[in-house]
Design a protein around this ligand. Structure first.
Ligand SMILES: *[C@@H]1O[C@H](CO)[C@@H](O)[C@H](O)[C@H]1NC(C)=O
Ligand SMILES: *[C@@H]1O[C@H](CO)[C@@H](O)[C@H](O)[C@H]1NC(C)=O
Ligand SMILES: *[C@@H]1O[C@H](CO)[C@@H](O)[C@H](O)[C@H]1NC(C)=O
Ligand SMILES: [Cu+2]
Length: 357
């Protein structure tokens, strides 16, 4: 029935369903403000890291009968990402899906682990050029997420060898070091229990090339969502990367979880990276907000940019995060500060990127 479409009705439905694990934004609620990692106080940083450790240790909600390696509440989201990898990357809903995914993680930290702040973002443009990459405050051993792994020689004939990789071993310092079973799933699409350490394989070269402000500026100049999305996500080859691949391969290289298209959320840095990509999208939306609150396009099917297999994503396209959140539509997440009036999200960014002429 026609009256059942539309954001308001969707929200009413969502609010009925939102009484379970998670609570969605209520009308009248004020947006929480996301800030850049290095601008947080030491107390705010340690509160965030404490909440991440909490969610890593809470039991999963994914039913055990599926007999997977989904042990923790944190794994619930990793599992969802693995299951849907080819349904939501290189599609028109890539950014909307990840926007909802990060907001759901943020809500889990707040509702299930007592975290009082907002999801921090990582403005990686501040950590370029390449020579600055490894000394980013995000990788700080005491107040950050720890750094690179030891160098593991690779196979130069492997086409998946990330150019400029420098690590590949277990992360050696920071809050996630020395835990041989921090990661339970992967590599790639494997969902059976497979205890692994967190690995990083920095490529300062890759980060310097794709995460500098020039790349974000190029993206912000896109005239419509279709171009914008393709510039953010880039192509599947290393050469055609955008900022999305820039941090995935800049941190994860070939052998780290961040470089694994399926299991990348297993590295807690994932959420700071995707919060910043979301901020790039919001910055672009704000350049012409009235139009861009409803501008969505791009293929329903993986890489189907010529619409051979199907059509484009529209505002009523559904987004699902399995056991972790209620199903919503793309239209429900177009406004980050909808706050129960024009969508289910309720946050803001302290700063956005502006388009330089
Ligand atoms: C359990 O596995 C079935 C079959 O693969 C799948 O359809 C379902 O989504 C899984 N359940 C969860 C909660 O992931
Ligand atoms: C941005 O600058 C980096 C570093 O100088 C360079 O490698 C890259 O090709 C530039 N990207 C664009 C889109 O101009
Ligand atoms: C699908 O979206 C792209 C931009 O992302 C656009 O160029 C194309 O015309 C759209 N196709 C259809 C069938 O609307
Ligand atoms: Cu992803």
């Amino acid at each position: 029935m026609q009256i059942f479409s539309g954001i308001l009705v969707n929200w009413v439905l969502a609010s009925v369903l939102c009484t379970g694990v998670l609570t969605c934004a209520q009308p009248g609620q004020k947006p929480i403000v996301r800030k850049e990692w290095r601008t947080l106080s030491e107390y705010e940083k340690s509160s965030y890291l404490r909440a991440v450790k909490c969610i890593l240790n809470k039991p999963a909600l994914t039913p055990a009968f599926n007999n997977t390696g989904v042990i923790s509440r944190y794994d619930d989201l990793v599992y969802t990402h693995i299951q849907q990898t080819f349904d939501m990357h290189y599609t028109g809903h890539f950014l909307a899906w990840h926007r909802y995914y990060v907001a759901t993680y943020e809500l889990m930290l707040r509702k299930e682990c007592g975290y009082r702040g907002a999801q921090p973002y990582w403005d990686w443009t501040l950590d370029t050029p390449a020579e600055r990459w490894a000394s980013s405050p995000v990788f700080d051993p005491v107040t950050g997420f720890g750094g690179n792994g030891d160098f593991i020689p690779g196979d130069p004939t492997n086409p998946f060898e990330v150019p400029g990789r420098t690590g590949g071993g277990c992360v050696k310092d920071g809050p996630f070091a020395g835990i041989p079973d921090l990661v339970h799933l992967g590599p790639r699409d494997s969902v059976t229990y497979n205890p692994q350490c967190l690995k990083r394989d920095f490529s300062p070269y890759f980060a310097g090339r794709y995460l500098a402000l020039n790349q974000t500026q190029l993206t912000l100049a896109a005239p419509d969502f279709g171009w914008f999305d393709r510039l953010v996500e880039g192509g599947p080859s290393f050469e055609a990367s955008g900022a999305h691949g820039g941090a995935h391969y800049g941190v994860g290289g070939t052998y780290g979880q961040m470089g694994d298209l399926y299991t990348s959320p297993a590295d807690p840095i994932f959420y700071l990276h995707h919060a910043n990509l979301d901020r790039v999208w919001w910055s672009w939306q704000k350049l012409n907000l009235q139009t861009r609150l409803t501008d969505i396009s791009g293929p329903i099917f993986l890489m189907d940019y010529d619409n051979v297999q199907g059509g484009n994503v529209t505002l009523d396209y559904p987004l699902s995060l399995g056991v972790s959140a209620v199903d919503v539509t793309v239209g429900d997440v177009m406004n980050i500060a909808g706050c129960g009036k024009t969508g289910v999200l309720c946050y803001e960014y302290d700063k956005v990127y502006t388009l330089q002429s």
